[in-house]
Design a protein around this ligand. Sequence first.
Ligand code: MLT
Length: 390
Amino acid sequence: MKRNPYFSQLSPSYLFSEIKDRVQRMHEHHPHISLINLSLGNTSEPLGCSTADALCQAATDLKNPSSHTGYGPEGGLLILREAICNTIYHNAVSPDEIFVSDGAKSDISRLQLLIGPMTHVAVQDPSYPAYAESCRLGRSSDPSFFSYLPSPLFSKPLLCTVPDNAVLFLCSPNNPTGEVFTHAELETLISHARRHQQIIVYDTAYQAFIQGDYPRSIYEIHGAEEVAIEIGSFSKMAGFCGLRLGWTAIPHALRYTDGQRINPDFCRLVATVFNGASLLSQQGGIQVLSLEGQKECQRQIDLYRKNTHLLQTALVQKKISVSGGRHAPFLWVKTEHKNSWDAFDFFLEKMGIVVCPGVGFGPLGEGHIRICGFGNPASVAEAASRIDRL
Ligand code: MLT
């Protein structure tokens, strides 16, 4: 077989794999150094008790002949889709507009299959690398088909650089900067998208961390259902990184340029390429969205916020320029005279702290690193004191 030519548009390894390799090399050369990993947004707190109980019950049900089930519906259990509509969207979206998935990252790639080959895709810079990389795998990254949009991108002149009929990948809170769109900014984006027949893919993986009066979902804004697909995740909200559970909302009102509806195509796509998310994870997800489950999530989120605050305080005391940290457990740190990878090496070698080089999130991430507050409190406290001793 011939190689997919677009593989050559990718760097040899994915950002987080490259970090893992460098950490491994560090371990091999300096086995005595205890490393603290604050790079990947990987949750460390245990699951909430009621959620863990729901998972055990689901396993028990599968063990009994009378309650055993095989495949579930490809789009997810109705009761979970109803709970997502109710708890996350306050019923602004209906269950047949929700497709339960094995996580945001898989859906980012699946969505690429919906996008026609000559469509321009614009990606926020900096942002989660999976958007740009999954686009590059399926299309030419010639500037007529792919562009980066500097953040903040709600300014009209910038938006005007995106061609009509394009697809825009946005995330709020932004990963890695932690910036969040305001209602007014989203209104501008949506009305621009409506006028120019653009589709917004809006990733809300970190929405549970938003504080204050900011939109948690794009569907809080009038007209969004005509231009926006939304991706959600249980990973950071409930500690499901390893359990894999998320969803994509595709409203019935969304249409391709030629007027055909997008929702039936996604339904067809999901049935073709996916057999549905794990039933165990889905039962856990139903419990996460209950009142008790949400309280358990809130406790985890409060703890990650405290971690992030501790790290931020240590950095600020060292007069290091840092932003973010309020609406996402990420600190976006300016590296002054070092490039991102040099700053990565500096943190690794001088403090034994693993961070993320900002350039991995897009060209404008150069000169930054991302430090994340998902570690367990003891290791975060140790990281803060290593920064303090620097
Ligand atoms: C990260 O940026 O660390 C990601 O959110 C990890 C992931 O979910 O792939």
